[in-house]
Write a protein of this length. Structure first.
Lengths: 268, 291, 365
């Protein structure tokens, strides 16, 4: 009766192998328009720079070790904050999911604090911890914590009584219960939470680099320098780098998620 | 054969058998469970308040004992007072109004754009082939990444804020609309074909109701993203709004304004979430009644 | 009997030992944290425009304390004055080189305790700048439009004084808070309609133009301040004296005509103002001692009091601020005496008019 697929066919496996040429129509058209506008001189070329210039600056930037250093720093911040936030999120989510008491005590505050838009924490955080690495890492960790905790919470909640019965029969110890039963059972939702957390972590990394600008290293700093020098090409190159890294992080996360959940048989 | 303890004929419930009138027993039972239910509700709410009360107490003593310098941690009393002063002076309302209008405009623009994109791509194969790949790539792009470029093109005024927030809105709306349309049971569409529904009828009678849950999810996510983007752009550059209030508090070493701003943002977030949930439940109820 | 004499001798020695400890050398800090309320372009850890900047650029303070093994930690804040206040509140700063009047007063109003030991700069020209494409000719033309200033810094009060001078209030405009780099970018893209900034480089690049200029008006600009934290001063008064004396020496060096080019070029390395900006801005200054003046004279005190009144008027502080016990001139006086410069600098009265002229210098070649 219910034939709807459990996963919306937004990523049909077959289509990725054969790329529909129509997919390129829009980007190419936009590119052509862009080139035309700048070549024809119809727009202020200081603001809307010709694509050729962007390519030139991109080539130069990619060869610049300072750029890669900046990328490394940003990614390191992202990874560090994400790791801390993910660990904390899993811990918090498990506690909330497994213990009714914890959920009653901490749950309401957790859900309410979640409503405070992330960036609203930044001014307070930076006035306490300064503009340096620590405040950025803490902010990224905080941004990761919420989605991961939420996903873990829902996953752990979904652990049914039958699961626990099995554990009781086999006389699992506390830690075995957690690691052998609860976490694997909650794995799909935890994975969703982690993927979302990764997205938020990257947004938080870049956002904190903009709002907590200091004389340091990072992609955000490169873009800020571009702004200070009126170098619009550099800003565009920086933007593309941000997007590229964000996309690759998402891809990697999706791959890891699929691999880790491969042992899960589809629900009957 | 043993009887289960649930079997009332074998194991009569305690107390009830003693009463002569079963109606009175039923009444007492109701009172017990009714009161119990209320008590449980109150108890749960009280439980949820324990942690905030504790945090508030810790905050008060931290401020009183200056464990954190008073330039950085405002006393809760001063935050409350600042909120009241802002409200009395009308500043709070005007700043909120600015922020709210930005979000509203962006929801309208980004939301309609997202709906159009979502419906278009969901219902038409051709459109999907042309637009979806580019959209997918652009969607992975964090909204913040657009801001430096938007600053160059749209400036730092309303244009920047509304365009940035609209971009933040378009993505979740489109994605969830697509998901909603993809999840429409195919047999419903077959039925509409049998009855030869016009496009408008298909949309109104079949697609919208079936996709409604996903649309609401999209709306909720969009509001959250919009609020997130709003705070970011207001912190970056603005001359009014809640984010501006926070910047003002920061620059003039008035951390009570900063915390007051955070409180307001959180409160609005909670209210929006509740309002959307209520709206969704109303629509769902109508749906259930229709089916 | 012998034991008692021994015991007495021991206790006498102990007492001697105990009482002799404070008389020995004062302990020294291992590091002195000196902060500038600002940074170069893009957050570069450099600053310019005053003799404390010279002290950093030419490594004077580092030299002073090298022999004692004391390290100097220089801190620069893109968040300007307000960020310096936060750093001090967190206990991460000991000395400030050149704090503006507004953040200084705001800091004191919120309970920060420091001591003013020197003035870092005074007078100077102020310009009102609009984007190159703008048709505005006066501030009245910009009514209701967007003005930029870095809120919480001395620049905010300067802008308010400009508006006041022409009969406007800040409520007649939309005032946006932007830092230096963002202001320049905003001028280039026409996102703001006016601001206070040095215009020469921007004019040369066709980005903006200056429509009004006020030169060395004591009512528009206010002196900068060098302060030390109260705790730091109480613990290490000798160190504070050495810092002040060295700064006065640098100030003296900075007022030598022969060194003008050198310092202008050094200042330009910070990037927040171009060399041509400094050069043109300082062209009208024939005697460098008018602007490079460390004295805590009547003008300085009166300026501070006026600034306090202004911050109260514009409701930028919520608690009153008193000057009592804030200014500590003894270090400056000692330095002037030591370096024999008591009569070197001109002193100004409360109105900003010359009271006592400085020592006559050799004619400028």
């Amino acid at each position: 009766m219910n034939e709807t697929p459990t996963r919306a066919p937004l990523r049909p496996a077959a289509a990725t192998r054969r790329i529909d040429p129509r997919a390129f129509a829009l980007p190419l058209a936009l590119l052509a328009l862009w080139w035309l506008l700048t070549a024809g001189g119809w727009v202020d070329t200081r603001l809307i720079v010709p694509p050729g210039n962007v390519l030139r600056v991109a080539a130069r930037t990619l060869g610049d070790p300072v750029f890669w250093q900046g990328v490394l720093f940003s990614v390191a911040r992202d990874a560090g904050g994400f790791a801390a936030g993910a660990l904390g999120g899993v811990a918090l989510g498990s506690a909330l999911g497994a213990s009714r008491l914890a959920e009653r005590l901490i749950g309401p505050s957790f859900h309410t604090l979640r409503q405070i838009s992330l960036f609203a924490w930044l001014p307070l955080l930076s006035s306490w911890l300064g503009y340096g690495e620590l405040s950025k890492l803490v902010f990224v960790a905080l941004s990761t914590l919420y989605p991961v905790a939420l996903g873990t919470f829902e996953g752990v909640r979904g652990v049914t009584l039958e699961h626990l019965d099995v554990a009781r029969v086999y006389r699992f110890s506390r830690s075995q219960l957690l690691f052998r039963l609860i976490l694997p059972a909650a794995a799909p939702q935890i994975a969703t939470g982690l993927t979302l957390g990764l997205v938020y972590a990257w947004v938080a990394t870049i956002g904190s680099e903009f709002l907590l600008a200091n004389w340091g290293n990072g992609l955000g700093n490169i873009i800020i320098k571009g702004r200070a020098a009126f170098n619009v090409e550099l800003i565009i190159v920086g933007m593309l780098a941000i997007g590229a890294i964000g996309t690759s992080l998402n891809r990697i996360a999706a791959r890891v998620e699929a691999r880790a959940l491969r042992w899960q048989r589809p629900p009957t | 054969m043993s009887a289960s303890t649930d079997d009332a004929s074998v194991f009569p419930p305690r107390g009830r058998g003693a009463l002569p009138q079963p109606q009175l027993g039923a009444l007492l039972d109701f009172a017990r469970t009714g009161v119990g239910a209320v008590a449980r509700r109150v108890g749960r709410a009280a439980c949820g308040l324990i942690l905030p009360a504790f945090v508030l107490a810790a905050w008060c003593s931290a401020a009183a004992h200056h464990w954190v310098p008073e330039q950085l941690l405002p006393a809760p009393a001063s935050v409350w007072q600042s909120l009241r002063e802002l409200w009395a002076a009308g500043d709070l309302q005007s700043h909120l109004g600015f922020s709210a209008s930005r979000v509203a405009w962006s929801l309208a623009i980004g939301g309609s754009g997202g709906l159009l994109l979502g419906f278009g791509m969901g219902l038409s194969r051709t459109l999907r082939a042309y637009l979806y790949p580019s959209f997918n790539v652009a969607a992975q792009f964090p909204v913040l990444g657009w801001v430096p470029l938007l600053i160059i093109f749209a400036g730092i005024d309303e244009g920047l804020k509304i365009s940035a927030i609209s971009i933040a809105v378009v993505v979740p709306v489109t994605i969830n609309t697509l998901k909603g349309i993809a999840n429409i049971p195919p047999h419903l569409l077959e039925v509409s074909r049998v009855y030869r529904f016009s496009l408008a009828q298909v949309l109104w009678r079949v697609v919208l109701p079936a996709a409604a849950p996903s649309l609401f999810t999209g709306l909720r996510q969009a509001v959250m993203q919009a609020w997130l983007a709003l705070v970011f752009v207001e912190l970056l550059a603005s001359s009014e709004g809640i984010g501006y209030l926070i910047v003002w508090g920061r620059q003039l070493s008035q951390p009570d304004l900063v915390v007051a701003g955070m409180v307001v943002i959180g409160a609005v977030g909670v209210l929006l979430d509740l309002a959307l949930r209520w709206l969704e439940s109303r629509v769902q109820r109508w749906r259930r009644a229709a089916f | 009997m012998q034991r008692r004499t021994l015991a007495t001798a021991f206790s006498a020695l102990a007492l001697l030992g105990l009482t002799s400890v404070p008389a020995s050398a004062e302990d020294k800090p291992t590091v002195i944290r000196i902060s500038f309320p600002g940074a170069g372009t893009g957050g570069r850890p450099l600053s310019g425009g005053s003799f404390p900047s010279n002290a950093h650029l030419f490594k004077e303070i580092d030299d002073e304390f090298k022999a004692d093994g004391i390290r100097i930690e220089w801190k620069f804040f893109p968040g300007a004055g307000p960020a310096l206040n936060e750093s001090y509140a967190n206990g991460l700063t000991d000395v400030a080189f050149g704090h503006g009047d507004l953040p200084l007063i705001v800091g004191r109003a919120t309970g920060l305790k420091h001591r003013i030991v020197l003035s870092s700069s005074r007078f100077g020209s102020s310009y009102f700048v609009v984007p190159a494409g703008s048709t505005a000719k006066s501030i009245a033309d910009l009514k209701g439009k967007r003005l930029a200033t870095f809120k919480g810094t001395a620049g905010q009060l300067t802008l308010y004084r400009w508006l006041d001078k022409y009969g406007f209030s800040d409520k007649d405009f939309r005032v946006i808070s932007l830092d230096n780099d963002s202001t320049k970018a905003a001028l280039a893209t026409n996102d703001i309609d006016g601001t206070n900034i040095t215009p020469f480089d921007l004019q040369a690049r066709g980005i903006a133009r200056s429509i009004l200029e006020i030169r060395d008006d004591p009512k528009i600009t206010r002196p900068g301040t060098v302060w030390v934290g109260e705790e730091f001063e109480a613990k290490y008064p000798q160190i504070v004296q050495r810092i002040v004396t060295r700064l006065v020496k640098v100030a003296y060096w900075s007022t030598q005509e022969a060194n003008r080019e050198k310092e202008l070029q050094a200042w330009a390395t910070s990037g927040s103002q171009a060399y041509v900006d400094y050069k043109k801005d300082w062209e009208s200054v024939s005697d460098l001692r008018t602007r490079i003046n460390p004295l805590l004279d009547d003008y300085y005190v009166a300026s501070l009091k006026n600034s306090i009144e202004e911050t109260k008027k514009y409701k930028l502080i919520r608690k009153d601020v008193s000057i009592d016990g804030w200014i500590e001139p003894k270090y400056l006086n000692q330095a002037l005496k030591e370096l024999k410069l008591e009569d070197y600098w001109p002193q100004y009265d409360a109105e900003g008019k010359l009271k006592v002229d400085g020592r006559k210098l050799a004619a400028r070649n």
